[in-house]
Ligand binder design. Sequence first.
Ligand code: HEM
Length: 145
Amino acid sequence: MLHEPHPKAPGLPAGITEPMIRRLVETFYAEVRRDPLLGPVFDARVEDWPEHLDKLSAFWSSVVLMTGRYKGRPMPVHIAIPEISRMHFERWLALFRATAKTVCPEPAAALFIDRAERIAESLHLGITIHRGEAQPGVTVKFGAQ
Ligand code: HEM
């Protein structure tokens, strides 16, 4: 059925549910908005926060429950934000890791964090290539050291 979790979705054995996703997204973006580095980047662009939170909940639902609820393309959205730097990604991930560990039980937090790190790497690489700053053979990894 449409928007049901896929039977093979990685979030199912990790105990992830739609309400858990919603709680994570709401808590995370409340932190983001308060953050001195990230807050201004979002406030300059997000006009409708309830809509943004719906969209990001749909995004995470598609990533971990494979529901297909999100239909967008995050890469062009982030490429179009000129002030994003590696520092922003580090901060975004630090906040995301801390929030996931507070809001979710361990296996769920670990899955969210793993996916966030991989997607951040891919967005960062896309931005770097778009700006003509990519260095052959050099990939920035955002996994916890
Ligand atoms: C440097 C860190 C990041 C910054 C500053 C940032 C900033 C933003 C901003 C300002 C928007 C809203 C754009 C708009 O409505 O015009 C947005 C949208 C979005 N972001 Fe990020 N982002 C970051 C990292 C990430 C990461 C790591 C992910 C995924 C794990 C992500 C997923 C998304 C998604 C799915 C959207 C919605 C795209 C759409 O409109 O379909 N972002 N981001």
